[in-house]
Every structure is written in C-alpha cells, then in structure tokens.
Design a protein around this ligand. Structure first.
Ligand SMILES: Cc1cc2nc3c(=O)[nH]c(=O)nc-3n(C[C@H](O)[C@H](O)[C@H](O)COP(=O)(O)O)c2cc1C
Length: 358
C-alpha cells in the first residue's frame, strides 16, 4: 500500500502510521524524539541500549530508557551478543513499559561487532531466534529486529535471518538495505527490500516490513513505498535537521504539495529543539549537544557558516539566539529571509494537530 496507513503488529497493538523515526545513537534522545513526534513521526525508537550496561545497572545506560514527553508509543532498542545478561536487563526495560523491544542486528561499529553484537549477530541466525524468543517469553512485549543485508557482499543472508527472527516470534522487521561492510555509504540496495517483502508474502507471513536506507527527503520515502512495497519507512539521517520530514511525507502521500520550510521556520525549529534539550538536560549541555544538529537545520541558509563557528563556543540559549538573529537579519538579506520571528513558545509552529501545516 503506497499511502499513510496504520500498521497492525499484534491482536492488541496497531501503530497509528507507517512513518518511523530510526534509532540513532547520539541523536534520538527524548528531546529529539519529541520534536519528531511533533513533526509527524508515527513511531520512535530510543538510541541503542547496551544489555550488558543494563545488567550492570549502569546509570548512563538506564538514562537512555525513559519515554519522551508526548511519546505515547515507542520502542527501546537493545544490543547484545549473548543472552546471558538478557533477563536481568529486561527486568529494567519492562519497568518503562515500552510498546516494543527492538533488537539491533545492524550496527557496524567495530567496538560493537567485536563483542559479537550489532551486525555480527547476522553471522548466527539461530542466535537471533533464541534472543527474540527470550525477550517475548520474559516480557510479553511485541519484539522487532533491525538488521542489514548481511555481514558483507559474500554473506548476504537477510532472507534466512528474517526467517530465524520470525521463528523466534518477531512481530516486525526492519531491513537497513546495506551490508555491514557498506557502512553508511551510498547506495542502499532497495531491491533487497522488494525481495524480502516477496519472500515474506510467499511464506504467508503477516509480519510487517519497514525499509531503511537513503531516506533523505520526503520524496525518497514515497519512492521507497512505491518501488519496494514495504509496509513502512524509517527515517534516519534525513530527520536530523528536518524533524518535519514526516509531515512533509504525509502531504506527498495525500497527493498534496510538499510544505517547504522557510529559513525562519528552520531557525525556529532549531531553537525549539534547543529549548527541549535544555529542559531534558541543562543549558550548557543542550548548547553542546546542539552542535551535532546545527548543520542540518541551517543547511541551505546563506552565511550559516558564521553561526556554526559561533556555536562551537556558546553555552547559553541567549547566545545562540543572538548568533541566529545575526544570521537571519543581515542588513543586505532582510528582503530575502524576512524578519526572524522569535516567539515563545516555539511549539506553536509545530502543533501536533496541524498535519498539513508545518
Ligand atoms: C549516527 C548514526 C547512528 C545510528 N545509530 C543506530 C542505532 O543506535 N541503532 C540502529 O539500529 N541503527 C542505527 N543507525 C542506522 C540508522 O538507524 C539507519 O538504519 C541508517 O542510517 C540508514 O538510513 P539512512 O541512510 O536513511 O540514514 C545509526 C546511523 C547513524 C548515521
């Protein structure tokens, strides 16, 4: 179905829509997830959380688990290599009542794969079956798996791996259409999404398939839905700096024009995000974390380099606002960008109810 539609996961769980925000380590913390939900994300994931860290009751690890404000449904993503610590970790996970528990079988980072976790799990399909089975037995919470095409080009085993996850009881699958050895390099192989979808249908499986890989614009998501027939799409890097990409996609899927963001809209979004970060952490931490996002928000805005340079130093929201004012109101650009409207609360711009206005 090439449209915006709910996704049935189990008899008791149907997700409101099929536009997901990916787990992104270092990015998808509660403030960013909150912004993406305001921007139309139907389902969101925490960053990947270490099972070993949870079993050790590591404070920093446990801090990754809570849901964001306004986040009615979300998945906690776990990474692990061996089931030994899983039960202890799940006891903590359960306290947060996530809608879904997702197992990471895609991370390519050597520090993670070196322990046998992330995409290294793909080398051992029976292990994913065992892990999914334990999660479901222990929690009764719907469980999903996010994986890649395979470890490398020579060992593309995504069909077998999907079968193993389903044998363990997986309720949803997400395929990042690259091998581990491809990292994040262009181009994702969307034909593998088509192949897996057909494979699942042939087996009579109703487990929904979500597609990931190279979704940088709303148009990419529409194309992935049309070309591959996946049930839903998962935005990752495309949402960084544009949390409105979900509502933009919804508009396109309704056959409407894509609502575009003005330079002012982008600056207001950046500041909304900054305020949300400050509320969740503290002001200096918020300003430091914003450095990762600022390039995304200011992409395409003339003379943004100066603000990005300033952002490396500033530790207060006031200093950010001053730097941004400078950006949006240079005397010679007044006519092109219009006056910067900085008003609190910024939330008004991204009201949840205004699905077609940004
Ligand atoms: C900085 C960064 C962090 C990521 N962290 C995670 C993670 O914690 N868990 C996960 O399953 N995938 C993670 N991914 C992979 C994304 O979820 C997604 O599958 C991938 O980026 C492909 O989508 P894209 O090409 O549209 O960005 C990460 C990707 C990036 C770039």
């Amino acid at each position: 179905m090439t449209d915006h539609h709910p996704i049935r996961i189990t008899d008791t769980l149907t997700l409101a829509g099929n536009l997901f925000l990916a787990p992104l380590a270092g990015y998808t913390d509660p403030p960013f997830r909150r912004l993406c939900i305001r921007g139309g994300a139907d389902f969101t994931y925490t960053e990947m959380v270490s099972v070993e860290g949870l079993a050790r009751k590591g404070e920093k690890t446990i801090a990754l688990l809570p849901r964001a404000k306004d986040e009615k449904e979300y998945a906690i993503q776990l990474f692990l290599s061996k089931p030994a610590s899983l039960r202890a970790a799940l006891a903590i996970v359960k306290e947060h009542r996530p809608t879904m528990i997702d197992i990471n079988a895609g991370c390519p980072v050597p520090k993670v794969t070196g322990t046998g976790a992330g995409s290294a799990l793909m080398k051992n399909p029976p292990l994913i079956e065992e892990i999914v089975r334990i999660v479901k037995e222990e929690t009764g919470i719907p469980t999903s798996v996010k994986f890649r095409i395979g470890w490398d080009h020579e060992s593309r085993n995504y069909l077998e791996f999907a079968d193993a996850a389903i044998a363990g009881g997986a309720d949803l699958l997400t395929l990042h259409a690259r091998t581990r050895s491809q990292g994040y390099a262009p181009f994702a192989q969307w034909d593998c999404l088509t192949t897996l979808k057909i494979h699942l249908e042939k087996k009579g499986s109703t487990v929904p398939l979500i597609g990931s890989g190279d979704l940088f614009e709303a148009e990419d998501a529409v194309r992935m839905l049309r070309e591959t027939k996946v049930d839903g799409v998962m935005f990752a890097r495309g949402a960084v700096g544009n949390p409105m990409i979900f509502n933009q996609t919804k508009a396109l899927l309704r056959g409407e024009e894509k609502p575009l963001l003005s330079a002012n809209d982008k600056v207001v979004l950046l500041l909304t995000h900054l305020h949300a970060l400050a509320e969740h952490y503290d002001e200096p931490t918020a300003c430091t974390l914003m450095r990762k996002f600022i390039g995304g928000y200011l992409k395409g805005i003339p003379h943004a380099a100066k603000v990005k340079q300033a952002a490396v130093r500033v530790l207060t929201i006031k200093a950010y606002e001053d730097a941004l004012r400078h950006l949006a109101l240079p005397e010679d650009r007044n006519d092109r960008l219009g006056p910067l409207r900085l008003s609190h609360p910024y939330e008004s711009l991204i009201s949840v109810n205004s699905s077609n206005t940004l």
